[in-house]
Every structure is written in C-alpha cells, then in structure tokens.
Design a protein around this ligand. Structure first.
Ligand code: FE2
Length: 247
C-alpha cells in the first residue's frame, strides 16, 4: 500500500514520485502534489477538502486520505532552477528536433524557433486514467463514455525572459504545473504575441485551471494558440493525457 515509485521525470533538486491508489498517505515536509487521477484527491484535514483532477497544490506535513493517482514533487527550493538541465536525459528541445521541419513543442504546427533556450527533461509514463473527455473538459454535453488515457509527465526548463513558442496542436490533453520560478501560460487569438487574450501567472505548486483544449472532431482536441513564458528561470511539469481507446 502507498508504494512510491521514483520517476525519471526528475532533476537535480527535484525528486518526482508516483503513487497510485493512495490511502492515508503521509506527506512529509513540503511537497508539490499533482492529482493525475479522474477523481478528487482527499486531504485529511478539517474541514475536509480535495485536490480536483487536473490540478495541484503544495502540502506540508499532512496526509492524503484517498487518491487514485498522484505525482509528488519534492523540491529543493534553494536550488538554482538552471541546474536541472545537468540531470540525466535533459536536452535542449531544439536539439531533439534534429534537422527535420520542426513542430512547436511536442506537436505538429508552426516551426519551432531553434534559438529558443527551452530544455526538456526525460518523460515517464505515469499510469492510465479513465475519463469522459467532454466531462473532464467541462463541456456541456458529456458523452458518458469513459475512455482510457495514458498519463505521461516530464519537466521543462527555460531561463528568464524566454517565450517558449506559440503553438496550437496537440493530440492529447495537457496541463502544466509550476515547480520553480514564476512563469505564465498565455493564450492568443493568432500565433502573434500581440494577440494575447489570457495571461495566467504561475507560482510554484500552481496548475493552470482546466486544460486549455476542447474536444474536437474525430476524437481530436482543439487548442487555442498558446505558449509558456518564463518570467524568471523556470521549471515546470507537463502532464499529458494520451488517448488509448480505439474510437
Ligand atoms: Fe501546449
């Protein structure tokens, strides 16, 4: 019970762990807790409150009464964010793209600007979750049909002042959790910084509320133009939900 599985999606100063079917799970010290399950994760305090799906918080010396699936990040907050890229499996994102026409981060779309100092850490599978995507995305007409999604997680790093490239294509549901530094997720009307229409400031422990996408035709997901912007040196966690069910 309460088996904590270390993840490769870690870095110097950041230990990532996964736990499934948590029951009376002690949280020792200060920990970023990300709920990657489909149901609220219940925190064992009074009044009893929960961490909703697709969200996170920082818990300190407490207990989680019940949770389907969590990522725990134990962070050395005194560490320099830029040190994470010295960890195993970290690469400059542009170098991962090679010479091929480059998509935006992890998706087809506009060419990724190769001089962007965006770094990606190793990605891990983090179990599966059953979701009705329309319900999970807060849409008015959920199908009531549960589909299986594979959860994948990795850390990213960008230095202060980095625009991490505006993009709008993903074949998965994504959310982002701030780990170190102050950054923001931004939405745009067009792939142009001047068309900004939403600016979500992110401090450590915060996950942008509700995924940005809507369900699209043929099981696709429709995203607005969006990007991550690093105000300071930043580390953040991407959580991706990849559909496994044949439609
Ligand atoms: Fe994205």
């Amino acid at each position: 019970m309460n088996t904590l599985v270390p993840l490769a999606a870690s870095a110097p100063g950041i230990a990532a762990l996964r736990v499934e079917d948590a029951k009376d799970l002690p949280v020792r010290g200060r920990t970023v807790v990300v709920n990657t399950g489909a149901r609220p994760a219940v925190v064992d305090e009074s009044p009893v409150k929960s961490i909703p799906p697709f969200s996170s918080t920082i818990l300190v010396d407490t207990r989680i009464r019940l949770a389907d699936s969590l990522i725990l990040l134990r962070v050395d907050e005194s560490a320099a964010a830029a040190d994470v890229v010295s960890g195993p499996g970290w690469n400059l994102y542009a170098s991962l793209l090679g010479d091929a026409p480059a998509p935006a981060p992890d998706s087809p779309g506009p060419a990724f600007p190769r001089d962007t100092p965006l770094w990606r850490g190793p990605q891990d599978g983090a179990g599966t979750v059953l979701l009705d995507p329309a319900a999970a995305l807060g849409e008015p007409d959920p199908t009531g049909r549960q589909e299986e999604f594979e959860v994948r997680v990795n850390l990213w790093f960008a230095p202060a002042g980095t625009d991490c490239a505006i993009h709008n294509l993903h074949d998965f549901i994504e959310v982002h959790t701030q780990v170190l530094g102050i950054g923001r997720m931004q939405k745009f009307r067009t792939p142009d910084h001047g068309s900004l229409y939403e600016d979500l400031l992110m401090a450590p422990g915060y996950t942008t509320p509700q995924p940005f996408c809507a369900t699209g035709p043929d099981g696709t997901f429709t995203y607005p133009w969006h990007q991550y912007h690093a105000d300071t040196d930043c580390v953040w966690l991407a959580v991706e939900y990849h559909r496994r069910t044949n439609r």
